[in-house]
Ligand binder design. Sequence first.
Ligand code: HEM
Length: 450
Amino acid sequence: MAPLIIDSYTPPVKEKLFTIIDNKAYDITDFVQEHPGGAVIMTQLGIDATEAFHCFHPSSTQEILSDYYDAELTKKLGLAELKESDSSFLKDVRALKEQVAKEGLFKSNLLFFLLLGLSNLGIFGLSLAILYIFGGHFLGVIASAMLLGLFFQQCGWHAHEYLHHQVFESRVMNNWVGGYFFGAICQGFSPLWWKDKHNTHHAAPNVYTRDPDIDTHPFLAWSENAMELYSELNDQELGSQLKKFMLHNQPILFFPLLAIARLSWCTYSMWFALSNGQLGDSKKMFVPVSPIEPACLFLHWIIYSWIAVSLPGSWMLSLLFVFVSQVTCGILLASVFTLNHNGMRVVTSEDAAKMDFYTLQCETGRDVHPSYFMTWFCGGLNYQIEHHMFPTLPRHNFSLVSNRVRDLCKKHGVSYHCTGFYEGTMEVLARLDRVAKTIEKGLKDAPHQD
Ligand code: HEM
């Protein structure tokens, strides 16, 4: 199943950073620090990046690719002898992608996205109207704040699809409407922080140490591989005791943690935007952040604070408004988000290198049975497998390709998991429980060092 036979050629070129695109090797040693897409490029070092490359770039990037083509590297890699990928699944998915493009399914219906955006702004308007009329009563405040939480959640989905370039052909328009407007001003998330994290997740979903979405230690451990992170625990230290407590109770702590997810993402966003993409970590790769980002984020917090403090009742009602809107959004966003991959197979980098790009995407993703409500509520992310295979496919066309993806998976014996919202949530909790128990047992059985 291995997509390209590059492993055996790796040793002579270790000193260079390279990646393979369409059977050619590119020397990206000096380019990685300047890469406009940031650190995601590091997930594709020394491996076949063909699919990832075509997923993320406009066709214009192809023109600058030749600047990095390395004849010497190519010679060392013996690329002349490289044969085409031997994964029949990969070939079939490429053919499906061509067919889907031929049918025009990558083209978005702008009216659909306009109505979707307007209906969500309607939810915001309703939240404000309730606050205006019933803002002096705690029930009115709770109802308004819950609607605001729903509005925030839906803005997250809008930002997601625009920043995957599903909507407009113009990347600039997608970045403005989805990134600055829905993402930063309405939702309070930095579009670049999100892209940096989310695109890395797409390039390496559920790959241990590479996918930032499963890097939730010490709050939640998603795979037994995380055992190594607990091996140094010392019962005398408060920090260690706390980590053990979190691990032991992770299925119970899961929902309270979801509730603070939004605040955590907003904090990271602001930090990312103000630290020019480095999050205070000097080793993190530089991502140039436009000053428009922090400006939009400040605007978000000014408008939000203004709404909260201008409530007619006491300051307790203002606090209630903030609390309920944050918790509602955190739970609504994260309960969908965790269903996408959590509790599904987690692989090591070595395992991932042996899988082709699409097998990795299918086997680590979970679909949730679609209905009009579910697809709206999840922002189309209930078609997670299809979304990962074709990230630029607009939400309204997922249903037109999902059967074909499922059939291909069946034909090639690749896992395709689709379940209900409740059953998926139970799977996530069961995984948390199993991982916690396995790690605890491993720690108990490990020989003690004196
Ligand atoms: C030599 C190889 C590469 C070159 C020359 C290159 C070049 C670029 C350029 C010019 C952009 C800006 C595109 C735009 O204007 O929208 C970009 C963005 C990006 N690149 Fe690369 N890239 C390379 C490899 C990769 C690889 C291997 C990955 C993936 C895993 C990757 C992921 C991305 C992502 C996620 C973005 C951000 C896209 C967005 O803003 O929506 N790149 N790259």
